[in-house]
Design a protein around this ligand. Sequence first.
Ligand code: C2O
Ligand code: CU
Ligand code: CU
Length: 563
Amino acid sequence: MNRILLFALTLIFPFFGGAQFVNPLLIPDTISGTEFNLVLDESSVEFLSGDSTATYGINQDYLGPTLIMNAGDFVEMSVTNLLNDTTTMHWHGMHVAPEDDGGPHTAINPGETWEPDFTVIEEATTFWYHPHLHTKTANQVYYGAAGMIIIRDEHEAGLDLPRDYGVDDIPIIVQDKSFDEDNQLVFNIMADTMMVNGTLAPYLEVPAQRVRFRFLNASLQRVYNILLPPNTNPTMIGSDGGLLESPVGIPSVIMSPGERLEIIADFSGLQDSVMYMRSAGSELPFGMSGGPGGLDGPPGNNLDSNDFDFLELRIVAPTSNPAGPIPTTLNSLSIWDESEADVYRIKVFDTLDAGFPYYINGTPFDHHHVNDTVYLDDIEIWELRNETDIAHPFHIHDVQFYVLDVNGHEPPAPLAGRKDVVMLNVGDTIRFITKFEDFTDSIIPYMYHCHNLFHEDAGMMGQFVVLDPADTITGVDGKRIQQTDITLYPNPAADFLIMESPMEMVNAHDIAIINMVGQQMDVPVLQLSPQRVGVNVSKLRKGSYIVKLETEDEIRAQVIVVE
Ligand code: C2O
Ligand code: CU
Ligand code: CU
């Protein structure tokens, strides 16, 4: 093939691999109101000509409907699992009680229906939902179990922003997939075919006006470097947890798995043109999956380290009510001051050997081990350090956080809003501040983990319980009460409880187990190592107890449950 022909071909087939954009972009149906009934089932879709592809879908054949909720509403959810596999359903980004959060502890067995309900304590933003069963998350999401959540509130409703769903407010759920010769999905570490909202080779007719795109990276591990046509003045207005304080003109934005971005592009005057949404993979920083040096996975498919278009935009006539210029002030964020922090935690991403699997603080996820105890209404700073050779998107449940700094520098504009996922490149240290409000549960923990779903399923996850300090004992003899540092697990415990501190000595003779009416229990306490003590709780009745560690100058106390 001569060079001229090759050049002509790339003009006709801008999509790497030569596919044309022939399928209208699917816009997921919506459910709004206060009752959300979801049915997760096996299904199939004719993605490619010939055999149809086996999928999972939620109320539809692939992916799920967009749930539109109003801040302040009390909503009732119902999730029916018709898969031949256990699942859970997690409301990613939402601030709900642990029992309603849908983490790995809240299994929905085949044939069962789970019915959480909660008040929507949120700002207007874009969240999503997906299964979260440990070791099964990547697989179930890959087959199609995921959907978008849009939160609306009065403040956002008062701003002149595009919000006509499917018209000038468009969900863009990006995923990469691989298919075998029989058109079945292949569970690839890095897949080779782009899909948006479950549509291969998609095009979208967009009105010649300001259009808002709600991006969700629902890929397992591919990172995108989102690039909108530069002549549309792409402007980021929102991140994971809500609107930014002010809009930021942005040539490209990196979006790691789990993250959401809201971007407005202005197509005014561009009617009849054809443009592309692109990921500039070649410009991803070294170490991110999908860019140069994304070490995870066989490099060399069409998408890896390449720039590729994933959506064709066909500009059509404007609507009768286009949104005006983007307001210069979108939100006001009240970020806690570092001096207000009660607790400082350090989470190091590391590996026991070299490479996969990766862990947090050297500890693989253990369903029965609560890694951290947080106290209600505490403001905490978490310092995340990536000491591995690949980037990791860190996610935490229950809260939205504010990034304090990235490698000691102020966060760049896309990270300056409310976040629940933050990407750490190789060698990065990122600190965030957050407050743990409203919900406690001594039994069901919340999760924090890498949102690279392969890493998460392989154990790059930890869990924390939030306890009410009023439930723990208070000052005795003026001694300071400190409620952190010592890890107790498993909690609940059935026979043996381990107490350990990575930082200091724990002496068996300083430990007492006290019941809820204040009586000290007579139980064997063993010194296992200088920093580890074991308590035999097998003779205790079921119920809650206080574990008290009392030394000369302080008392620490924590509630445990014996089951
Ligand atoms: Cu998107 Cu713990 O999850
Ligand atoms: Cu989550
Ligand atoms: Cu990771």
